[in-house]
Design a protein around this ligand. Sequence first.
Ligand SMILES: Cc1cc2nc3c(=O)[nH]c(=O)nc-3n(C[C@H](O)[C@H](O)[C@H](O)COP(=O)(O)OP(=O)(O)OC[C@H]3O[C@@H](n4cnc5c(N)ncnc54)[C@H](O)[C@@H]3O)c2cc1C
Length: 393
Amino acid sequence: MTTQLHPDGPVLIVGSGLAGWSAAREFRKLDTTTPVTLITSGNGDFYPKPALSNALAQGKSAEQLVTTPAEKMAATLGVSLMPQTEVSGIDLPTQQIMTSKGSLAYRQLVLATGAHPIRLSFAGDAANEIVSVNSLDDYVVFRNRLPAQARVLIMGAGLIGCEFANDLATSGNTVQVVDPNKLPLALLLPPQASAELQASLSELGVQWHLGTSVAELNRIDGELSVELANGTTVAIDVVLSAIGLRADIALAKAAGIATDRGIIVDATLQTSAPHVYALGDNTQYASDSLGSGSGNTSRTLPYVMPIMNAARALAQTLNGTETEVRFPVMPVTIKTPALPLVVSAAAPGTAGTWQTLEPGIWHFVDADARVLGFVLRGAQTSRRAEQAKLVAL
Ligand SMILES: Cc1cc2nc3c(=O)[nH]c(=O)nc-3n(C[C@H](O)[C@H](O)[C@H](O)COP(=O)(O)OP(=O)(O)OC[C@H]3O[C@@H](n4cnc5c(N)ncnc54)[C@H](O)[C@@H]3O)c2cc1C
């Protein structure tokens, strides 16, 4: 353990997403006196990010999604907030961070920098008009570009793409979805559930371009024209990319902290650097935290429940009681009201087969007949707690 250079210094938290604010909230439950400073490139307002993909149907504007303004969050938690402040570097030997507003020393540093949408480059003069939604600011841009009864092309039929397809289609927009896979949510669901989701979204008017991808985007006579790899041309108002997220590891990597698909942490959420911790969408959690069903591989978990569990354990460690996080089974609700679904996914790449337990319940089972994941559909989604108990951890 490296010497603590600033034992009376503050706990610094970088990021004001769910991970940053949850870390602050959980720490404050245990320690009301140690100074905590939260530094964020955003404005710090607290909002439920999952609501971005079902806000239209709920009739909510971007502003209405803010549940607690930044100043109120900071005042309630007794935290100093530095909004609109970019952290540009970490100096591990002196235990300081460099920001656009000067340097700050830390007792402990928490990296909660999230993830950013994967951007592919495309041919055509309108390729830079593709929008992605991974923050409230992104959502404002998206909504501003959306005319009434918009024609929207969604790239990616994964979780976020299907949720937006449902939300946009039920809100009077024309939706087309393009994905190289043959079915929506092909990587998460058994083929039968994927086919049922496709049929349910089709009933809302969603059109599909499956087994192909976007090749080129151009503005022709003022209109966006998207050419697909299969030769189809689509006239559209907005192209929404939902092809996935990449953990934000740049800051950690530049400082020499170990990274892979995310910032690598041990079970106590400590990075390879002493006194530096990470949680949230930027983090590659240790296999010890994930249980034997994880296939013994560390991985990112870009969902809400892992953050809540990680924040509780991290608060204990920051407060002096080293605590390992052990994730329970954490099923995710897919917000497609056209076909309600709950998914508990095995680690990507895990060998296994889908088995139908009863109508609307599928188990993902390995060669030793261990249940590693499940999918619930329709009325069966109410059985998530009971089904979660069957998953091998
Ligand atoms: C549309 C959508 C729907 C979703 N639906 C669900 C769902 O239904 N269920 C579920 O479990 N999960 C869902 N998720 C995922 C879930 O919302 C995320 O896992 C979670 O919000 C990530 O929080 P975070 O704090 O790790 O990251 P972010 O929210 O990305 O926060 C990162 C923060 O770091 C700041 N930052 C980054 N770099 C710097 C820097 N250098 N200097 C200063 N500040 C910096 C950013 O400004 C930001 O404040 C959804 C995600 C999306 C996009």
